[in-house]
Design a protein around this ligand. Structure first.
Ligand SMILES: CC(C)(COP(=O)(O)OP(=O)(O)OC[C@H]1O[C@@H](n2cnc3c(N)ncnc32)[C@H](O)[C@@H]1OP(=O)(O)O)[C@@H](O)C(=O)NCCC(=O)NCCS
Length: 185
């Protein structure tokens, strides 16, 4: 079980400067974000849904928005990125981890950025914040599954310090171990 009170965010949003000088806000997902999340997923194209789910999913926006908005805060963390200026009622991207092994305290991540907002550093900023939050809440490691053709995500996880553990059937399992940092400290 995670302690949801151990968070860098609380109820607040953090202002992040993106590589080209734009800003976004990152905060914890709230259950009342469900409609905004659905709208975000409706702005994700079929190829991005395929890269996220490894399959075409007709009801992806409704199902995923409901799933994330009703997550279990003792086993999951979800962060959303929002515009720092302009329309605040837009979610630009969401990153999420879920407890995978209660004994090993490992978690599995997923991340998605609105298709028309990709390439501005939002995915990288969300993943950086998510890994910090996962470390703070006490996870020992985070893993993820990425299609081999998903070069952008494989490059990003490499830059974030993940290692490729397995490559099976066109899917890479990437892995980052926080205990290595703790042991080295
Ligand atoms: C994969 C995905 C999340 C990436 O999101 P994104 O916002 O487009 O990615 P970013 O703009 O943050 O990263 C793009 C690039 O900037 C780099 N980058 C961004 N911010 C950076 C920073 N602050 N420092 C260093 N590098 C940075 C990334 O490594 C990457 O490199 P590139 O410019 O050579 O391509 C997005 O494409 C997506 O939603 N895809 C569909 C779903 C999916 O594939 N999910 C992953 C499986 S769960």
């Amino acid at each position: 079980m995670l302690d949801p009170s151990k968070t860098a965010f609380g109820d607040n949003a953090t202002d992040i400067t993106l590589p080209q000088g734009d800003h976004c806000l990152i905060r914890q997902l709230r259950s009342e974000d469900e409609a905004l999340l659905r709208d975000m997923f409706e702005h994700c194209n079929a190829n991005d849904v395929y890269l996220r789910c490894f399959a075409a999913m007709k009801s992806f926006p409704e199902n995923m928005a409901a799933r994330l908005a009703h997550m279990n805060p003792e086993e999951e963390i979800a962060l959303v990125a929002l515009p720092a200026t302009g329309d605040p009622a837009i979610i630009l991207g969401v990153a999420h981890v879920i407890l995978e092994s209660e004994t090993a305290l490992t978690a599995e991540f997923d991340v998605m950025v609105r298709s028309d907002q990709k390439g501005h550093g939002i995915g990288y900023a969300l993943m950086t914040a998510l890994l910090n939050e996962a470390r703070l809440r006490g996870f020992s490691a985070v893993t993820g599954y990425i299609l081999q053709e998903n070069r952008a995500m494989l490059q990003m996880t490499d830059e974030l310090g993940f290692k490729v553990r397995h490559m099976v059937g066109g899917v890479a399992e990437v892995w980052i171990d926080f205990t290595e940092d703790r042991d080295a400290a």
